[in-house]
Ligand binder design. Structure first.
Ligand code: ADP
Length: 773
């Protein structure tokens, strides 16, 4: 490792020392020169004075004797002194006795001397004789060239300075050599030893101490460095050992990992295989489920056709003149048939779920009205001691988007259970808008469900207990289906129940709002309800009536009534009415179960009296109150299938091959006031259509010779009857049946077995207004 001279420590140290020595030396030399200067300056005066002293007596005698010759000799003698450049003796009269001079010395350096000592100096010595000191005889004058002294001084000064420099130079050289030998050389040795060390074997190589430095700082530096190097070497050794151990562990780990990887690969392979097997099994299960669904759909077709006949005939028979025993027997037979249809539908739906074939619609519908209609339909199942109430949140959108048929199924299943398992108290259906859709809550005060059963009842064919099965019947399919329906709609079904205290089922469905309702025209008046504060009627009225602008008051049935003023009174207690009528003239609105309506005779004694069936629908209640409170205002009654007159003058062509079904449909259509023509298959229907005008065709789908699909296609293709309503009658429950009918050109769809109300509703929606008188 080469270090340039100027960077060497010895050089730096030597040059610093020399600089200091030089400055000090120069200072000392200058002081010495100064002292020399002062002494030289004084010595000029001293020498000339002593010259004057020596010359004094001869000069005085010469002046006394006025001896010009001697005077000349004396001044010449004085001129011999190298510094004197002019000497003269003047007598007391001012006359010059003798005078000599010579030119001053010339030199390049005299300006320095002149500067220091003046160029020349003049000395005068007054002349007198010893015995007459006060008698002036004249003056001896000398002029001195100071260079004679100054040149000596300058030489000495230069010598002093030059020797000073030479000393410094010598000193610096000596110091440089010394520092090099004492500091730089051993340090360079150490550096070389350090840089030449083998880093792979640090422990073995100690740095040698430069000879003669064992006890000084360099020796200690070497010792400390050796010690540190030993520590580092030890540490490196330890690290190397640790590294070796780590490498060894890593190797072992790699072995373990590769062993595990191999194991995992094997497990993976096994898993992939079992996945494939599972996938295969799933596919097989799905295929089996689809096959089962298809089988069930076909089976149900076969079952539905005779069922349709059975139910239709029973319904027709029930409309005829019967004694009460026969009516009861036929009603039971009809009811059992309907249960059979429901069971069939549930099994079909469940199998559709399992086969992944359930398709949901997304169309706008009025959820509030749907719930009220369903509740009203099921209200006949309510026990006499049960108050069924529909509490629809006024904030609920008038229309939501979803599948109304499936929502109806959910409400219907939950509500029929609630009514089935409740003997006393209340059954409430609450519908409200929530953050992501709607919440339908069905709450009852019935027998409740034990905690253990709550887990089970959502499984197909599971019921609360054997006792329940024995006492209440049922299939155990309703809740399983309801939960799956809710989940299929991406909603959820919750249950809170306590045995003996009732149950609360909550279906949360994400049905988006489609349209909001416009507020109804406000009503004016004061309505007093006579019912307990715990009743559903009170809860319903207290929400609805104020929102319609009415003043609402409630009184307990046994409270004194004479003092209460009201424009109308609402009561749910038929027995209380005679007493009430005695003290009150205002109209009374009686709200009871449908089968507890008063007969006309009874009602006329309590007039003015209106009767409404439970559960109260919002629209019907509004219209009734408007009728009572504002009798002058023209009503805009809500059109519904059941409100319409039952007689129609429409001409309906029934295309049906099964004679029993022909009889059933014909009977129902006749009851609905239609003029019916029958065709046994599609071809016959086409012939008939070509001959006779027809308002609507009821078309069975599966028929010999020409089926309903083909017949419909031909009717549409002919172009003669583009707007003729063709309603498919089908017992086929396959999922794509509706689309198949539409594709064939049919307008609507009615599944067999159908009820007269369903047929009436269809006729109402498809027959032109003129067909209804
Ligand atoms: P089903 O009613 O035809 O037996 P579900 O699946 O509808 O079949 O109901 C299964 C069981 O759940 C019923 O048997 C009954 O034990 C219990 N359950 C359902 N709803 C209620 C309710 N509201 N109150 C008491 N128990 C109920």
């Amino acid at each position: 490792m080469d270090i340039s001279l100027t960077n060497r420590l010895s050089f730096k140290q030597a040059s610093l020392t020399v600089l200091v020595a030089f400055i000090l030396g120069t200072l000392l030399s200058l002081i010495q020169v100064g002292i020399d200067y002062a002494s030289e300056d004084a010595s000029i005066n001293r020498e000339i004075r002593s010259l004057l002293e020596i010359s004094h007596n001869p000069a005085a005698r010469i002046a006394y004797n006025i001896d010009a010759e001697l005077a000349q000799e004396l001044v010449l003698g004085l001129l011999r002194s190298p510094a004197v450049i002019r000497a003269e003796i003047v007598d007391n009269s001012g006359a010059v006795l003798a005078s000599v001079n010579r030119p001053p010395m010339r030199s390049r350096y005299r300006m320095f001397s002149d500067f220091l000592f003046q160029e020349r100096r003049r000395f005068e010595d007054p002349l007198f004789v010893a015995h007459a000191p006060h008698e002036a005889l004249g003056v001896l004058r000398l002029e001195v060239d100071t260079y004679a002294f100054g040149s000596h001084f300058l030489k000495r000064a230069v010598l002093t300075l030059v020797t000073g420099f030479a000393r410094s130079l010598l000193l610096s050289l000596i110091l440089l050599v010394l520092f090099y030998a004492m500091l730089t050389k051993p340090l360079v040795g150490i550096i070389r030893a350090l840089s030449e060390r083998d880093t792979r074997m640090p422990a073995r190589q100690k740095i040698p101490c430069p000879p003669g430095h064992e006890r000084d700082e360099i020796g200690i530096l070497v010792e400390v460095t050796n010690r540190q190097l030993a520590n580092i070497a030890e540490e490196i050794e330890q690290r190397r050992e640790a590294e070796d151990r780590l490498t060894q562990y890593l190797g072992e780990l790699e072995n373990i990992v590769s062993a595990r990887t191999a194991e995992l690969k094997a497990t993976n392979a096994r898993l992939t295989q079992s996945n494939q097997e599972l996938e295969e099994a799933r596919r097989t299960a799905l295929q089996m489920a689809q096959a089962r669904a298809a089988f069930l759909a076909n089976m149900s077709h076969e079952i539905r056709t005779p069922l349709n006949g059975l139910l239709g005939m029973l319904a027709l028979a029930l409309d005829g003149p019967l004694n009460s025993e026969q009516r009861q027997q036929l009603s039971i037979a009809h009811g059992s048939g309907e249960v059979l249809v429901e069971l069939l539908n549930d099994i079909l739906d469940l199998s559709k779920f399992e086969a992944g074939q359930l398709e949901l619609e997304s169309i706008p519908f009025d959820l509030g009205v749907l719930v009220e209609d369903t509740a009203s339909l099921l209200s006949q199942n309510a026990a006499p001691g049960v108050e069924l109430t529909c509490l629809i949140d006024p904030q609920l959108p008038i229309q939501v988007l979803g599948d109304p048929t499936r929502v109806r199924q959910i409400v219907s299943n939950l509500l029929s259970n609630a009514l089935k398992f409740t003997r006393f108290g209340r059954v409430d259906v609450r519908v409200r808008a929530v953050a992501n859709g709607v919440e339908i809550e069905i709450r009852d005060t019935g027998i409740g469900i034990s905690e253990e059963a709550q887990e089970r009842i959502f499984q197909p064919f599971a019921q609360g207990s054997i006792d329940i099965t024995r006492q209440y019947g049922g299939t155990g399919l309703g809740l399983a289906l309801t939960r799956r329906l809710c989940e299929a709609m991406r909603g959820e079904l919750g249950l809170v129940s306590k045995e003996g205290f009732g149950s609360r089922f909550t279906a949360r469905l994400p049905l988006p709002s489609h349209a909001r309702g416009t507020p109804l025209p406000p009503l004016h008046g004061r309505v007093v309800a006579l019912c307990p504060s715990s009743s559903g009627l009170h809860e319903l009225l207290s929400t609805l009536l104020p929102s319609w602008g009415l003043t609402y008051l409630r009184q307990d049935t046994d409270a004194p009534l004479a003092s209460i003023k009201g424009d109308t009174f609402i009561s749910d207690c038929p027995e209380c009415l005679p007493g009430l009528r005695k003290v009150i003239d205002s109209p009374i609105l009686l709200v009871t179960a449908y089968n507890r309506f008063m007969d006309n005779e009874q009602a006329s004694t309590l007039a003015p009296l209106e009767q409404m069936a439970r559960p109260l629908g919002r629209a019907a209640l509004y219209q009734t109150l408007r009728h009572i409170l504002q009798p002058g205002v023209t009503e805009t009654p809500r059109q519904s299938a059941s409100d319409k007159p039952q007689s129609r003058q429409a001409r309906v062509l029934l295309v049906e091959d099964n004679p029993v079904n022909q009889m059933v449909a014909k009977g129902m259509l006749a009851k609905l006031g239609c003029d019916v023509a029958v065709a046994a298959h599609g071809a016959e229907a086409l012939d008939y259509l070509a001959r006779e005008p027809v308002d609507l065709v009821l078309m069975d789908c599966n028929m010999p010779i020409m089926d309903g699909y083909e017949a419909s296609r031909r009717i549409r293709q002919s172009g003669r009857w583009p707007d003729l309503p063709i309603i498919a009658l089908t017992a086929n429950a396959l999922p794509d049946e509706r689309e198949r009918c539409q594709a064939a050109g049919m307008s609507d769809y009615l599944a067999k077995p159908f009820r007269r109300e369903e047929l009436a509703a269809l006729l109402d929606s498809w027959l032109p207004a003129t067909a209804t008188p």
